[in-house]
Design a protein. Structure first.
Length: 110
C-alpha cells in the first residue's frame, strides 16, 4: 500500500488536511491543500494557525505546472521535511485526489 504524509489536519483557510506532494515538472516537494489549492514550499516556517496563510502560493500552475503526485517518505526526508509529518494515511486515496486536481487546475488543455 502506498502512503501519504500529512502536515496538518487543518489548512489555515480553514479547509482539510495539508499533504506533502511532489511537482511532476521539477520534483520539488511541497505541502498542498487540494480543498482550497494553497501550497507551501517551506512548510517548516508555517504556523498553520487559522487565517494565517503565511507564504502560500495560490496558483496551482505556478507550483505544479504539469501537476503533482504524492511525495514518498524518502523524498520528504531528502527535502528536510520529515519532522513535519504528523500522520500517515492511505496514499491511494490521495493519489486519486492529486490526479483529479492536477488535471483540473494545473495542466493546461492541449
Amino acid at each position: 500500500m502506498s502512503e501519504a504524509f500529512i502536515v496538518t489536519h487543518d489548512c489555515p483557510m480553514p479547509c482539510l488536511e495539508v499533504v506533502f506532494a511532489k511537482c511532476k515538472a521539477t520534483e520539488r516537494v511541497f505541502a498542498v491543500c487540494t480543498s482550497c489549492g494553497c501550497a507551501w514550499f517551506e512548510p517548516q516556517h508555517e504556523t498553520w494557525a487559522p487565517g494565517n496563510l503565511g507564504n502560500c502560493v495560490i496558483d496551482p500552475k505556478e507550483y505544479a505546472p504539469k501537476g503533482f503526485v504524492v511525495a514518498s517518505h524518502s523524498e520528504i526526508r531528502k527535502a528536510g521535511f520529515e519532522s513535519l509529518i504528523i500522520e500517515v494515511q492511505d496514499g491511494e486515496k490521495w493519489a486519486e485526489d492529486f490526479d483529479w486536481y492536477s488535471n483540473k487546475f494545473c495542466v493546461s488543455p492541449a
